[in-house]
Design a protein around this ligand. Structure first.
Ligand code: CA
Length: 252
């Protein structure tokens, strides 16, 4: 059995009993929290509200799915819930046209890599393991918001640039420190995919779909080979990191 105990000491620290300070001006960002642990919900609501978020809470899966129909900007999703579990909820959300692009952060006590892989492969955008500090979670929410904003106008971005690495989508050329790289089409698309979201961990499957094409019949390890050659070509500016048990990310 996997227990899901969040330290009460931490929760108390995050949600003092004294009256809350007046909330800041609302930022208009709606967060749906699907979580059954009362103490954790209280701490999240308190802190998110203080940061200006509009928070809605669902204490079990079915209610969570119903509230997701209102299209929140971000969903914080627990895995172990009464009724429908978080993985099932994620599956439902991603299978529904209306809800499939809502960013989801999985918040779970299940810290095993396999669960993270399942979460990511089911379409989670990020994964936070309990117990966590609310401050960290807020940082992750903000990072996710930034990423969704970027991907919203992805189609209009012609030059993707991070640190000293550049991908010119119009001329279909890549540069490191203004030196042009000689990349294969697969390496080019891999770099493009990673560079669009620095800091984001991509699964091998995701990278394969982006760089080789969905439905391509290749082994997941194929991606490792392409990454290896790409890293070599990036040379001193290689900022690709291996995410153990999952895939790769470009250093933020
Ligand atoms: Ca739970």
């Amino acid at each position: 059995m996997i227990s899901e105990v969040t330290s009460m000491k931490d929760v108390k620290k995050q949600a003092p009993l004294k009256a809350a300070p007046a909330p800041k001006v609302k930022n208009g960002i709606k967060v749906l929290v699907i979580e059954d642990e009362k103490a954790l919900v209280d701490a999240l609501v308190y802190n998110l509200d203080r940061e200006g978020y509009e928070v809605t809470v669902a204490h079990e899966g079915q209610d969570g799915l119903r509230k997701a129909q209102a299209i929140p900007d971000i969903i914080l999703l627990d895995i172990m819930l009464p009724g429908i579990n978080g993985i099932e909820i994620l599956r439902e959300l991603r299978g529904n046209e209306k809800t499939k692009s809502i960013p989801v952060i999985v918040v779970s006590a299940k810290s095993e890599e396999t669960d993270q892989v399942v979460g990511f492969s089911m379409g989670a955008d990020d994964y936070v393991t309990k117990p966590f500090s609310v401050k960290i979670l807020l940082q992750r929410i903000k990072a996710l918001q930034r990423r969704s904003e970027v991907s919203a106008d992805e189609s209009t971005v012609e030059l993707i640039e991070h640190k000293q690495v550049k991908v010119d989508m119009v001329r279909h050329k890549a540069f490191v420190l203004d030196q042009e790289l000689d990349l294969t089409p697969t390496e080019f698309r891999l770099l493009e995919c990673l560079l669009r979201s620095p800091g984001r961990a991509f699964s091998r499957q995701h990278l394969m779909d982006s760089a080789i094409g969905e439905g391509a019949i290749v082994l997941e390890r194929t991606i490792d080979v392409h990454i290896k050659t790409l890293r070599k070509k990036l040379g001193a500016m290689d900022m690709i990191e291996t995410v153990r048990g999952l895939g790769y990310r470009f250093k933020e």
